[in-house]
Unconditional design. Structure first.
Ligand code: ACO
Length: 444
C-alpha cells in the first residue's frame, strides 16, 4: 500500500489560510499535494510537482480551446455571463453607451481611467491628426482584385503598417507604444474605408478631420460629389454606440491571438493583424450576416412558427441567439435594440425588423429557448443597423474590427507590461509514434 505524504509549498502564492488550498491525492503514488488557490484558480505549473518518478515530466492539464484556463490577469473588462453584465474598467456598458463616445471608451480601456477634459481633447486631437495613411498604402490596396474580401484587404494593410513604421518594434519605448496606439486607432477606419471603395471601384476618400471619428468613417465610405459630407447625427450616434459595444470583450479568440502573437515581442501592428485574422473567421465575427440571411429566408412574420419548429427539431439554429459566456440577455443586444428604431427613422423602415422583433418575442416565450438559456446576442440586431446604413454584408466584420482595435491594443499593452507573461507556448499530448528510421525513397 502506498504511503501518504503531504507536500507543502512555501513562498509566493502560498495559501493565506488552510481553506485556500486544493488537496490532491495522486492515487498512483498515494502522495497528497496542497496546491495554493488564488483568485479562484490553481497555477497549472503547480501540477508539475506531481510525479510518479524523479524523471517524470510531471502532471499537465489538458484544455483544448482554453475552456477552463485563465491565460492572464487582466483589469480591463469584466463579463458576468449569468447576470448578463459587461463592464469596462469597472463601468457598466450601459452607462458608457449612454454618456460616452467611442474615443473616450478607447482611452478608458487603455489608461484605466476616464480622461479629464484636457486629456480627452489631446487624445482626440492626436488620433484625428493620424487618420491619414501613407500614399503607398493606396497603391498597395489597388493591387487587390476588384472583388477581394475587405477583411482580407484590412488584414494585409494593417500588417503592412509595420513596414511603414519600423520603429514600432521598440515595444518597450513608451513614445513608440503611444504612437502605435494612436496610429492603429486612427488609421483602422481609413484602411477599412479604402477596402470598401476598392470593392465598389470608387475613388478613395481622404479623412475629413473636421468630422468626429464615426462621422469621418461614414464620409470616407459614402462621400461622392458633394464638397463636404454631412453625416446624419442619428446615424453617427448609432455607429458610435456600435463602436463602444464592440470595443472589447475580454479574452475572446482575436484578443487571445493578439496576446499570443504579441508575446513574441513582435511590433503591435503585426500583433493586431493577427487579431484581424482571427476575427475574419465565421465563428467569431460573422454571425450578424447569418442573421440577415435567416430573416430574409423567413420572409414574413406568419412563417415564424414554422421556422421555430424547424429550429426545435434541430434542422438549423436560430442565428443571433445563444452565447458561450452569456446565459442571459446579452447586454449589448439590449442596447443595440434601442438604437435600431432611431436608425430606421433616419433611413426608412426595414421589413426585416418586424420579423426580428416577432421572432425574438416568440422565442423568449418558448420553453425550448428559455430552458437552454438562449437569449439574443449582440449579433441579433447589429446586422439590421449595418444594413440600414447601406453597408454591404462583406463589410460587417470589418466594422467590428475598427472598434475592437482599442480592445486589442489595450490588451497588448497590458500583456507587454505584465512581468508574469512570457512567450506563449502551450504544451501538447504527443499522439504520434517513433522513434523509427528514415526510409530511403527507393525502399518506400
Ligand atoms: N438555436 C437553437 N438552439 C441552440 C442555439 C441556437 N442559436 N444555440 C444553442 N442551442 C442549443 C444547442 O442545440 C444545445 O441544445 P441541446 O442541449 O439540446 O443539445 C444547447 O442550446 C447548448 O448549445 P451549445 O452549442 O452547447 O452552446 P455553445 O455555448 O457551445 O454555443 C453559440 C454558443 C456558438 C453562440 C451558439 O449559441 C450558436 O451557435 N448561436 C448561433 C450563432 C450566433 O448567434 N453566434 C454569435 C455569438 S456572439 C459573437 O460571437 C459576437
Amino acid at each position: 500500500m502506498a504511503t501518504e505524504q503531504t507536500v507543502n509549498r512555501d513562498g509566493v502564492g502560498s495559501p493565506k489560510d488552510a481553506r485556500d488550498v486544493l488537496s490532491v491525492t495522486d492515487e498512483r503514488t498515494g502522495e497528497t499535494y496542497e496546491l495554493p488557490i488564488t483568485d479562484g484558480t490553481i497555477r497549472a505549473s503547480e501540477l508539475r510537482q506531481i510525479k510518479v518518478s524523479d524523471d517524470d515530466f510531471g502532471l499537465m492539464s489538458y484544455d483544448p480551446a482554453f475552456l477552463n484556463t485563465a491565460s492572464c490577469r487582466s483589469a480591463i473588462t469584466w463579463i458576468d455571463g449569468d447576470k448578463g453584465e459587461l463592464w469596462h474598467r469597472g463601468i457598466p456598458i450601459e452607462q458608457l453607451c449612454e454618456h460616452s463616445t467611442y474615443l473616450e471608451v478607447a482611452y478608458l480601456l487603455i489608461y484605466g481611467e476616464l480622461p479629464t477634459e484636457d486629456q480627452l481633447a489631446q487624445w482626440v486631437h492626436d488620433i484625428t491628426i493620424h487618420t491619414f495613411v501613407h500614399e503607398n498604402i493606396k497603391k498597395f490596396v489597388e493591387g487587390f482584385r476588384y472583388d477581394a474580401h475587405p477583411m482580407g484587404m484590412l488584414l494585409a494593410s494593417v500588417g503592412a503598417l509595420s513596414t511603414f513604421y519600423p520603429e514600432a518594434k521598440h515595444i518597450m519605448d513608451p513614445e513608440e507604444r503611444y504612437l502605435a496606439t494612436i496610429r492603429l486607432i486612427a488609421k483602422m477606419p481609413t484602411l477599412a474605408a479604402f477596402a470598401y471603395r476598392h470593392n465598389r471601384g470608387l475613388p478613395y476618400v481622404y479623412p475629413d478631420n473636421d468630422l468626429r471619428y464615426p462621422g469621418n468613417f461614414l464620409s470616407m465610405l459614402f462621400k461622392m460629389t458633394e464638397l463636404k459630407y454631412e453625416p446624419d447625427p442619428r446615424l453617427e450616434k448609432a455607429l458610435d454606440v456600435l463602436f463602444i459595444l464592440h470595443a472589447d470583450h475580454e479574452q475572446n479568440c482575436s484578443t487571445n491571438a493578439v496576446r499570443a502573437v504579441g508575446s513574441s515581442q513582435v511590433d503591435p501592428y503585426s500583433a493586431v493583424a493577427a487579431g484581424v485574422a482571427a476575427l475574419y473567421g465565421p465563428l467569431h465575427g460573422g454571425a450578424n450576416e447569418a442573421v440577415l440571411r435567416m430573416l430574409a429566408r423567413i420572409g414574413s412574420t406568419d412563417k415564424i412558427p414554422e421556422f421555430l419548429e424547424g429550429v426545435k427539431r434541430g434542422d438549423e439554429r436560430l442565428m443571433g441567439f445563444g452565447h458561450r459566456v452569456y446565459k442571459n440577455y446579452d447586454p449589448r443586444a439590449r442596447i443595440i435594440k434601442k438604437h435600431v428604431d432611431e436608425v430606421l427613422e433616419a433611413t426608412g423602415m426595414n421589413p426585416a425588423l418586424d420579423i426580428a422583433v416577432e421572432l425574438e418575442k416568440r422565442a423568449l416565450d418558448d420553453d425550448y429557448f428559455t430552458s437552454r438559456k438562449l437569449y439574443p446576442n449582440v449579433d441579433f440586431y447589429s446586422g439590421l443597423i449595418y444594413q440600414a446604413l447601406q453597408i454591404p454584408t462583406d463589410m460587417f466584420t470589418v466594422i467590428f474590427a475598427i472598434p475592437r482595435t482599442a480592445g486589442w491594443v489595450s490588451q497588448w499593452l497590458e500583456m507587454v507590461d505584465d512581468s508574469e507573461q512570457k512567450i506563449a507556448r502551450p504544451r501538447q499530448i504527443y499522439t504520434g509514434g517513433g522513434p523509427r528510421d528514415y526510409v530511403p525513397m527507393e525502399r518506400r
